[in-house]
Ligand binder design. Structure first.
Ligand code: COA
Length: 259
């Protein structure tokens, strides 16, 4: 059904794998559209409670936007490329109701790191390398990188990474807070599954509310504390809240239905 991505689902977890190994999984137009489609259907599918995003092979998560597609673009086409990509994929993932874990299995460069940063959090394998090398091509990050990198690592580190166009390794990324955990490559997807399984035990509605409240604090013109109050209140109207509190009081595990 898809040309450049693979999708599989098991026990509440949907895995989306970018599968263009000959081009180090670079994001061309088709791949971006397919990813949108896959994230959208996983989000609408009641069976999916967590999405894991990774790249095929042992070399690359995603080595960037596909440079060959935009090398001849005009000013207007450049802006349009960034706007459409942000809407269709990067902001779309960041604001998805279903939690997304990026499992960075190799190079995450340019649009690849921007994609990982759009996920709700990131883990990496020891061989992973991350960077925003756009200024080395005479351009800047256009898929949210100038905004999400400083949010995750701080302004000074983001300035240095973007202006030097350099790469950092997985350990440094962990030190920076860009990724939460670093493990040997064979342990990367098992760790993603383990984290997803922990999340699945919790109320999906409450998780969605948490995503919205957290994101609100990073959204221009919104008051995150106000949004938190609103989402907190909304939780009280859900069956999951009744079940969660009742299960606690009855000293048993909660069985959340997500309603
Ligand atoms: N866009 C398009 N094609 C890309 C790509 C990208 N971002 N990144 C890699 N590829 C392609 C290469 O052109 C090459 O294709 P070819 O075999 O048809 O020539 C193939 O993927 C393998 O890449 P190659 O450069 O030969 O691998 P390497 O091991 O020598 O180097 C990298 C790996 C990641 C260091 C190098 O590919 C690279 O610098 N890529 C671009 C990174 C970048 O600037 N990204 C930001 C884009 S905004």
């Amino acid at each position: 059904m898809y040309t450049n991505i693979l999708v599989s689902s098991e026990e509440g977890i949907t895995k989306i794998t970018i599968n263009r190994p000959a081009k180090l999984n670079a994001l061309n137009k088709v791949t971006i559209e397919e990813l949108h489609e896959a994230f959208n259907s996983a989000n609408q599918d009641n069976q999916t409670q967590v999405i894991i995003l990774t790249g095929t092979g042992e070399k690359a998560f995603v080595a960037g936007a596909d440079i060959s597609e935009f090398a001849n673009f005009s000013t207007r086409q450049g802006a349009e490329l960034a706007r459409r990509g942000q809407e269709l994929l990067f902001d779309f993932i960041a604001n998805l109701e279903t939690p997304v874990i990026a499992a960075i299995n190799g190079f995450a460069l340019g649009g690849g790191l921007e994609l990982a940063m759009a996920a709700h959090f990131r883990i990496a394998s020891e061989n992973a390398k991350m960077g925003l090398p756009e200024v080395s091509l005479g351009v800047i990050p256009g898929y949210g990188g100038t905004q999400r990198l400083p949010q995750l690592v701080g302004k000074g580190r983001a300035m240095e990474m973007i202006m030097t166009a350099g790469m950092i390794d997985a350990d440094q990324a962990e030190l920076y807070g860009l990724v939460n955990h670093v493990v040997p490559l064979p342990e990367l997807l098992p760790l993603a599954d383990k984290l997803a399984s922990k999340m699945i035990k919790n109320s999906p509605i409450a998780i969605t509310s948490a995503i919205k409240a957290i994101n609100s604090g990073f959204t221009e013109g919104e008051n995150g504390f106000e949004r938190e109050i609103e989402e907190f209140g909304n939780c009280f109207g859900t069956e999951d809240f009744k079940e969660g509190t009742r299960a606690f009081l009855e000293k048993r595990k909660a069985n959340f239905k997500g309603n």
